[in-house]
Design a protein around this ligand. Structure first.
Ligand SMILES: *Cc1c(COP(=O)(O)O)cnc(C)c1O
Length: 222
């Protein structure tokens, strides 16, 4: 387990060195409840989980004063649980998944803010809609009454030279601006979620308004 004081200091550092309009999501996979709660103590307002099972396990022991973001690939058969657990789903990338989440939202009487995941790396990313198909997907999802499209998310490369991530972020920002200009009813281009520990500064330079950071806050994962 990492030193909780260090976690708090890391959170404070990132908060103090990023613009106030940027939402810092703590990517919490594999971390203990104590580590995540230390991050919340230091001012984290949103946490991200990649797996339903882990989120379910952590839900009772991690603060519910923060908003919970689904940041991993979501399987359709987990949509019901996802709707119960999360306040935002950042990884919608197909009509089929959107339909299932919408259906579960109807059952749960919940409106779910969602981001559309863009496959900005094409062959190197396995998930997300291609930039070319984003508009069509968003138009279709905009008709689903219990989903609120609020922006885009992309992964980009996690390792390597942070500068290598810049073109992926630029491409996603370009799609973001194009979609915003279309003024599709019920679609808001408000959040652009991109950038991880090694690349978040570059992501902010390229227009990110959500950054998702794990190892820089909590230490390297085992
Ligand atoms: C793990 C993860 C992050 C954070 O990665 P770090 O390199 O640990 O900062 C961000 N986004 C997603 C989708 C992740 O799975």
């Amino acid at each position: 387990m990492n030193d909780l004081k260090t976690v708090r200091e890391n959170v404070t550092f990132v908060r103090q060195t990023t613009p106030s309009g940027v939402l810092l999501v703590a990517a919490a996979k594999t971390r203990t409840a104590d580590e995540v709660n230390a991050a919340v103590d230091a001012g984290i307002k949103a946490i991200g989980y990649n797996y339903i099972q882990e989120a379910e396990r952590m839900r009772p022991v991690v603060s519910d004063k923060v908003s919970w973001h689904m940041i991993g690939h979501l399987q359709r058969n987990k949509a019901k649980k996802a709707v119960q657990l999360f306040d935002m789903i950042e990884t919608i990338d197909s009509v089929g998944l959107a339909l299932e989440v919408n259906k579960q939202c109807l059952v749960a009487r919940k409106k779910m803010p969602v981001l559309i995941e863009i496959n900005s790396g094409r062959e190197s990313n396995k998930t997300g809609v291609t930039p070319e198909n984003a508009e069509q997907l968003i138009r279709e999802i905009s008709a689903l009454s219990n989903l609120l499209v609020q922006g885009l998310m992309t992964m980009g490369p996690r390792l390597g030279d942070p500068e290598d991530a810049r073109p992926y972020f630029q491409l996603t920002k370009k799609v973001f601006d194009q979609i915003a200009k279309l003024k599709i009813p019920r679609v808001e281009m408000r959040y652009l979620s991109m950038g991880m520990s090694n690349s978040y500064r570059i992501a902010i330079e390229e227009g990110a308004t959500i950054i998702r950071i794990g190892s820089f806050l909590f230490g390297e994962r085992n």
